[in-house]
Each structure stands twice: as C-alpha cells, then as structure tokens.
Design a binder for this molecule. Sequence first.
Ligand code: PLP
Length: 471
Amino acid sequence: MNKNKKINEEVDTDIFGSPQMREPAPVEFIPRHKTPAEIAYEMVKDETFPQTQPRLNLATFVTTYMDEYGTRLMNEAVGINFIDETEYPRVAVMCGRCINMVANMWNSPEKGAWKTGAVGIGSSEACMLGGVAAWLRWRDRRKAEGKTYDKPNLVMSTAYQVVWEKFCQLWQIEMRTIPITKEHPSLDIDRAISACDENTICVVPIAGVTWTGMNDDIEALDKALEEYHAKTGIDIPIHVDAASGGFILPFLNPGKKWDFRLKRVLSISTSGHKYGLVYPGLGWVIWRDKSYLPKEMSFSVNYLGANITQVGLNFSRPAAQILAQYYNFIHLGFEGYKEIHSNSMDIAEYCHKAIGKMKCFRNYSRTLENPLFIWYMEPEYEKKANWTLFDLQDKLMERGWMVPAYTMPKDIEDMVVMRIVVRQGMSLDMADMLIADIRNAVEELEKLEYPTPTCLAARKQEKQKGHVYTH
Ligand SMILES: *Cc1c(COP(=O)(O)O)cnc(C)c1O
C-alpha cells in the first residue's frame, strides 16, 4: 500500500493541485525541503508571467528578438564558459574573428592578422576598459615627462550613460561635464575644448546618445582637438562610446567619419547586445592598434593548462553571445544588417512623424540619426493639460507597451520627455497598433476633469520656481 502511494505521488504532478501552490514563495532562506522540478519550474516561470512582453518593451536598446537558429545556438552553448580557452579553443578563435570584423567595420588601420580589442559583458565593461587604457596611457606619459599624474580628468556631455559616472568614481577621475541644452542638444564642442587641459585623459563623445538618440559631432571634435594640440602642445585622444551607434552608422551612414578614420580616435566601444542583434550580455572594445592598449591591461594567466592573455574586468562569462555574434555576422552579412536597421529606421521615422502630427506633442529633433527618438508635451498644451507624460506611460503599460517618460539631465531637468527605441522585432503593423494606443490613451486623458497626481506635482514644482500656471 505504501509502495502504491509512492508511485502515485510520482505520477501525480498536478502542478496546481500541489501544496506548494498554496504557499508563499521563499524569500529569505533556502527552503529546507525539495520541490519537484515541474513545480519549481512553474513557480519561477510564473514569477515573470505578468511582465511586459520583451518585444513590447520600447524602453530598452537591448535585443529582444533573435531568430530560431541564433536562439538555438545560444541555448546549446549555455554550459560553455568563455574563459576556458584550453577546453574550448574555437570559442577564442571565434571571438578573435568577431573583434577583427568589428574593428574593420570601424575602419581600423591596424595591420596584421588579429586586431586589438576585447569582449565584455556589455558596453559598460567595454567603456571601462577604454577609459582605463586612456588613463594609463596618460599616466605613463606624464611619468615619463616627470610631471604630476594625480589629477586626471575626463570630458563629456551631461547626456552620458551612467557607466561613465561609475568609471570616474571607481578610478577617481574628475568628470567634467558639458551641459546639453536646447541650443546644444548634443556635445558643445567649444565648451568641451575649454574644459580640456594637460590632465585630460580623453574626451568621450557618444554615437547614439541614450537620452536623445542623437550623435555627438565626432569629426568636429577631432578637428577641434587637433587645433587645440597645435596651439597648446597638449595631445588629447578620443574614446567613442558607440554603444548603439557603433552598429548603426557603418550600415546606414557609411560615409560619415566618426570612427578610426579620424586621427584622434584611439578606442571605440559598443554593445553587441544592442544593434549587434545578440541577446544580452555582449560588448566590444577596439583599440586603434596594439600600441594603445597599455601592457598593464593584458594579463597572462596560467589557467587549466595553458597560458592565455586576457583583457577584461570579468573572468568567467558565457560564450553563447560570442557564438551568436559570429552567427549573425555569417547569416546576416553586411546586407542583412543593413536591411534590418533600415527597416528599424523607417519604422522609427514613421512613428516620429505620427507623434509630430499630434497637437499635444512636439518632437525633440526634426530628423533621426538612429532608430529612436524623444518627444515632449507642446508647451502651450501642457499649461492646460490635466495629465503628464508619466500618466501616458502608465496608460500604455496597461496595453502592454513599455514607453518610458523621464526628465532630462541637469540644466534641462525640468523637461519631461518620452522615448521610443525601435529594434529588430518591431513591424509597421505593430507601430500602427502603438500609435493607435497612444491616440486612444490621449483621448481618455483629455477627458479628465481634474489633474492627475503627477500633474499636480509638476505644477507645484513650477510654482516653486516662480512660474505660475494660467489656470
Ligand atoms: C547602453 C549604453 C551604455 C551601457 O551599455 P551596456 O551594454 O548596457 O553595458 C553605455 N553608453 C551608452 C551611450 C549606452 O547607450
């Protein structure tokens, strides 16, 4: 009888009939007893069930769609640790090939079979590596010249991504930021140059500014730094943060000079998991040639039976993303990337136009440089509206869309904007659904007789600053 009961328990995997489904999920301690795999699986799976569908998440730059074969390759490689080069030597070779292709895509002048670069878990690690290299090169030069090297600084616009704040804080580098303003929606080159001095390790322009979707004018910066060098003798390099632009410009605007074609660009970083079209996390950093990668950054490790040279902040990391990047390069080719990104651009422009036509909104920029854009509330309309873009964000969330509203960086922090990032996985049909949902949401919000809490808060803030609303 006991034996029968046991058998029954094993066959009876009625997940929602199990006692576990009546218990709260573990929060603080590892549960003492076991839970059958099917039930544990369901519990974990269901935890994420009510979240937005990743492809409706228009807030992120990161890949939310890959084709079946790319996905299959990644799943099959899920047990492979990238760092085990001795065991999986072909992964290291594939990584080197990806570095070559990314470097050549950015017009690397480096000769030789293998270009100088590194893989990272994302742009953040890639930016850190580019930043550290710039700092060490500067320090070594100052040392050689017998000068002080205790006050390094870095110059970029206030529209930086948070990784640069982390970099400056962790390595104790002074961050000199140049405000983006309504007149200067991207890096103000003149002000950037005036912020430079002999302690500037590099200037960091951005291709694909997270906040606005625009590009800093890197060619103009290169020229200005050249003139600055001629005038002062101070030689300041550029690291380009091309987290999203690095995989857009080569395909959609190949004539534009922003990469190693510019003399002072010594390193560039990008996210393979943004417009490189790989699931997270993957980043790349490339140096102009190996002389710009300080020796202190290459670690020779004797690991599991071989001597390997490693550049990176991480050690163990999944290999799957590298396989997927290599797969994308083979499968899509230059033409494939160009087609996908052109479609994203067309769909972004379509949405931009539709938003621009609505009387309550105004686009931040007239044209798009990347497949994303921001808009704000038309100022006259805003004075009378009983709602804000934060309310619209909530309304759209009800329909499954994640379209973020946020305030701009300091100096224009009273500006609230909304952003759409178009990526692979968004069709014109989906864009039509989104636009219809935005129109319907606005229509509902316009029926409000009383201001929403976010609207009241905004008015209170305005009043404190001395502007009084007309009603
Ligand atoms: C996304 C982004 C980063 C950070 O990249 P991750 O890949 O998320 O680590 C850095 N800079 C810019 C401009 C970005 O858009």
